[in-house]
Structure formats: C-alpha cells, structure tokens
Ligand binder design. Sequence first.
Ligand code: ADP
Length: 430
Amino acid sequence: MSSQLIRALFLALLSTIVALPVGYFVAHWAGWVLFCGGLGLQLAFHFRNFSRLDHWSKNPVVDDSLEGEGAWDGVFGRLYRHEKDLRSQIAGRDQEVAMLIAAGQALTDGVVLLDQNDQIVYCNTTAEMQLGLVVATDRGQPVVNLVRQPEFIGYLEAGDHSRPLTLRSDRRADRVLSIYIIPYAGDRRLMQIKDVTQTDRLDRMRRDFVANVSHELRTPLTVLAGFLETLQEYDVEPDERKRYLDMMAEQSKRMQSIVQDLLTLSSIESAPPPESDAVDMASMINKLHRDAEGLSAGRHTIVVESDGQGDLRGSEPELVSAFGNLVANAVRYTPTGGTIRIGWKAGPQGGEFSVKDTGIGIDAKHIPRLTERFYRVDRGRSRDAGGTGLGLAIVKHSLNRHQAQLDIQSTPGVGSCFSAKFPPNRVIGL
Ligand code: ADP
C-alpha cells in the first residue's frame, strides 16, 4: 500500500475519531460538520496541488513554479527532475545535430540526402551551388524536378550505381561533376557530388599532349623509316644515297630537338622553385648576341640595346633557355635583311628583357594561344625553320617561375616584340 494512501486513510480516521465523541456528547450535526470539514480540507488541499500540476503541465518550464506541498512535494520533485533530464538530453542532441549540419556544410563535396521517394531532405551549400538548389524552398521536392538533365534522371533511376555519373553542368558549362549515389538507412539515398573540372581538364590536356607528341614524332619517323627501307631494298646511286642520308640526319635532328624541348619543359615543371643565384645580365646579353649572330649567319642586323645596369636573381639555365628561345624565334621568323634588337633595362619598377624584330609578325587572334604546347601559326614554316612548337611554352613556364610576365606585341608584316617583365624583387645590383 502506498504511503499516500496510508496518509489519506489516517487523516480520514483522525476526522472520524474527533467527530465521533463530538457527535455523541455535543450534537449529531456538530459531529457531522467536523467529519465533513476534515474530509473537505483534505479534498481542497489535493485539488489545489492538482490545479498547480494541471497548470504547469500546459507549459512545463523548469523553475520554482513546480513546488508541491505534503505528499505532492515528492511527485513534483520527480517530475521536475525528469523534465530537467529530458531538456538537457534534447539540448545535447540539438548540439550534436548542429555539429553534424556544420560538418556537412564544411564538406568540399556536395551532399544531398533523399528520402524513399527521391525527395530532398537535406543538402549542403556546396550541393546548392553545384546543382543550383535552394534548400529553404527545395526541401521536400523530388530531385528530378530540379536537376532535369536526362542523363542524371536516367542514372538515378537505373539500378546500378557502382560507377559515378560524370555530368557536365548545364548551369555552368565549364563545370564537370562526378555524382555518386550511396544507399543508406534502408531505402534512402545519399548523393555525393565531386567537382572534377580540374581533373577532367588535366586529363584532356594529357590526352591532347600525348596525341600531339605522337603526331610530331610520327612524321619524322615515317620519313626515316621510308628512306631506310629504300636504302635496304634498292641499289641506290652514291649521290642519291648521300642525299637520303642527309635528309635522314635532318629528321633525326628534328626528333632530337623535340625530345630535348620536352625534357626541358618537364624538368622545369617538376623542378623545385628556381634558385636565387645572381645572373650577370651583361654576360648573358653578350652570349645571346653571339648566339643570334651564329643562328643568323649574317642574314640579319643584330643590335644590343642595354646600358649594362642591373642583374637578375634566379636560375641561370632557365633564364638562358627562355631568352635563347625568344632570340631564336626572332631569327627564325625574320626574313633576310631584317633587324633584331636584344634589349635589357632595369630600374626601381623592375627589369625588362626584350627581343624586337622586323619579321613576319603575328595576327592578333593567334597571340593568346602562342604559349600553348605545339601551337604554331604556320606549322610548315615553323618546321622548315627548325621549330618544335614548344619554345614559347618553355619561355612562359620559366618566366612564371620567376614571377615574370611575357608580353607580346606584334603587327603582321611589320614585326614583333616579346618582352619578359620581372618584378623589382628579382632585380639586383642597381
Ligand atoms: P616554334 O618552335 O614553332 O617556333 P614557339 O613556341 O617558339 O614554337 O612559337 C610558337 C609560334 O609562334 C611559332 O610557330 C610562330 O608561328 C610564332 N612566333 C614565335 N615567335 C615569333 C616571332 N618572333 N615572329 C613571328 N612569329 C613568331
């Protein structure tokens, strides 16, 4: 029997014990009044506490308003503690959910949670940007109503998601997305979206590069193989044989140049940042002048325009290779009788190395693409002049590594000026 029931029976008994003698010795009605008054007081007491409980249960705040009397004190105390525990558990869960949401937002991959009907339950900011979703308004919408590309709908509906879907975003054509569908919690699905634009671009560049290299090497190889076959199978006159051998030597020299330029490019790309040696520009210009004279073999006027002021801080072999390529191009693309000016000037604003020619010039539409590997305005002309199509790519890489910019000014039929502009921190000895 509970203590509350014993207490209630005890109080009823007490009222009876007090009321009985009064009813017997004083008056019946007086006894009844005492008995009913005792029970009434008890009822009023319980009713008061019950109303408090009723009032509190409508707005169960955890404060002093939940204070009971007598037997009700224990009940109220236990309710108070229960409510308090519940609240702290809810607060803990809220914090965990907030942390999970924050972690979802911090992901660099997009995440979309779908329910069993492929309706959006949640998506992070990355997914909003990738797919053009707005979680506030799109929650509860079928994802296929919002991402309408047929290849996406087909992929979502297909049973096999062992491979991701590569999707070219129709909102931003330059973005390439890789979408994974991962089942979770039974029949729900999670979409993980990776932005693979960069990898895709590198992949395409690598494929183009391999195709270009193969193409560039295939031509001289075919010529070489043809001559070899002729020499092996036929009796060729000594004069003719010499002519063939000369042409074979020329083709193998061409292949050597391509391989050499490829090696230079790859060593620049994979090398650590260039050393900061002092590069003596006066002797560099002298050397370039001599090389230009050698390449030109008297066909051009070569002029040096430099006051000998200032040197550069950087990697000498890389700078020799970059400047040498600019000089070689000027000789290559300037007809006989033209003038080539090799210039160097340095000041507080930085240093500028330039090669100016009176050559064939370049149409403006080609200029932005000149530093791409194997890009040539006139393939035949470049090949005949011994070019590989890699010279300006090497120049651009070497200069980038020295924080220098390549500037190209050119007018077809008038000439070109290629300048390498170095920032002040690369110039020394002023
Ligand atoms: P290449 O080995 O063919 O010279 P580059 O990368 O050095 O390759 O140059 C790319 C192209 O830029 C050349 O094929 C040529 O069409 C053009 N070019 C470079 N320098 C000059 C120049 N000084 N005058 C005219 N055209 C040039």
